[in-house]
Design a protein around this ligand. Structure first.
Ligand code: ZN
Length: 387
């Protein structure tokens, strides 16, 4: 199998670690931020622009691609890499999260999840086996096991039931990949997802069972769905301490720069989130000194780039004043340029964290980053106009 993970360096004053994941579509440096290509496209950006931003791995959503254009169509066109023109690594989710959050009339049973398509209302069922088959059709490098999400807070019996079901589904997913491999398919890596919401005891119990299964990596599920940040970080720390050191750890749905650095400090290797690019399309970007609302009138005459510390295409070539003008005029280029910065900024942040871990100065990097980010959390004041 082409998949492997090695750790280059582990920080001594925290759990932060730098590593490399080998895939059939190149190496992924960790810690890694994965831009989200929901329906086979990171909205408004070309694969070349993603490469230039430093991306070596993308996330694609199984649910969206299964419904449209259909996983068999993608398979018939030589898989998702060829279909979307992306030669780097791809991680796909299981589809469960989208179904449970998007699809109307969703019913979760032991067999799988019954739901209606949000596109045409047709009745569909996703089982743990089907989730693996669809991801194999897409030709993903890293597939995710189907898990059951629950809205927290939830009664203890419901959390327990979701954990038991997640573990049973994990075992069925692994068996399905074995069946695929017997057919000469299923070369993808497969990650198990630890569940239990924010209940420490249930997460411990879940991993006692999940950790004994031969997954290639483990994900932390159910921690960033509208919960208190500090509770999430405590559970992240506990999960990472339990997860094996020689396999990658993926924290799902985290994309705020502060959360990314705090998760890295607790031993997380991979993260994804639509937040940076979704915000960018709406005219808000993260910069080194916090969050910048591009549309703000304060930038109408500001000649500085979005982030003077950023060397992305947008920051090399354009001013805040121009970006602000594009958003005010409703020009599509504004969304694109802001998105280019957003992806570049998140990947650069994880690359800088990686360099700091390797150079044994992550604690200083983390402290300096947090202080700088907090300095202008809401709005960096414009400089006085020069001469
Ligand atoms: Zn930039």
């Amino acid at each position: 199998m082409p998949f492997s993970f090695v750790t280059d360096s582990v920080e001594t004053r925290s759990q932060a670690r730098a590593g490399r994941i080998a895939t059939a579509h190149g190496e992924v440096l960790t810690p890694a931020f994965m831009p989200v290509g929901t329906a086979g496209s990171v909205k408004s950006l070309t694969p070349d622009e993603l490469r230039e931003a430093g991306a070596d791995i993308l996330l694609a959503n199984t649910y969206h691609l299964w419904l449209r254009p259909g996983s068999e169509t993608v398979r018939g066109l030589d898989g998702l890499h060829r279909f979307m023109g992306w030669s780097g690594a791809i991680l796909t989710d299981s589809g469960g999260f989208q179904i449970m959050s998007l699809a109307p009339l969703c019913k979760v049973r032991d067999e799988g999840v019954e739901f209606r398509s949000h596109l045409d209302g047709s009745a569909l069922k996703l089982t743990p086996e089907k989730a693996i088959r669809i991801q194999d059709d897409l030709g993903t490098d890293i597939a995710m096991s189907l898990d059951q999400l629950i809205d927290m807070p939830a009664p203890p019996a419901r959390v327990r039931e979701a954990v038991d079901r997640t573990v049973a589904w994990a075992a069925r997913g692994l068996e399905e990949r074995d069946r695929l491999r017997a057919e000469g398919r299923g070369t993808m890596a497969l990650f198990g997802i630890n569940q239990g919401g924010t209940v420490a005891e249930e997460r411990r119990r879940c991993f006692e069972m999940l950790g004994a299964m031969p997954f290639d990596g483990f994900a932390l599920g159910g921690l960033w769905v509208g919960e208190d940040r500090s509770v999430g970080l405590e559970r992240v720390e506990e999960d990472c301490a339990r997860f094996p050191a020689d396999k990658p750890r993926y924290l799902m749905g985290v994309g705020h720069p502060v959360d990314v650095i705090e998760a890295v400090a607790r031993g997380v290797d991979m993260m994804d989130c639509v937040l940076p690019t979704r915000n960018a399309r709406r005219g808000t970007v993260f910069v080194s000194s916090g969050r910048l609302v591009v549309k703000n009138a304060a930038y109408a005459n500001d000649p500085r780039p979005l982030d003077p510390d950023c060397d992305c295409y947008t920051c090399r070539k354009f001013s805040r004043a121009y970006l602000r003008h594009l958003f005010a005029a409703g020009e599509l280029l504004g969304m694109r340029l802001a998105s280019i910065h957003a992806v570049h900024h998140m990947i650069t942040l994880t690359r800088r964290a990686r360099a700091a871990i390797i150079e044994r100065r992550f604690a200083e990097f983390r402290a300096a980053f947090l202080e700088r980010f907090a300095s202008g959390e809401t709005l960096a004041p414009p400089a006085p106009a020069a001469g």
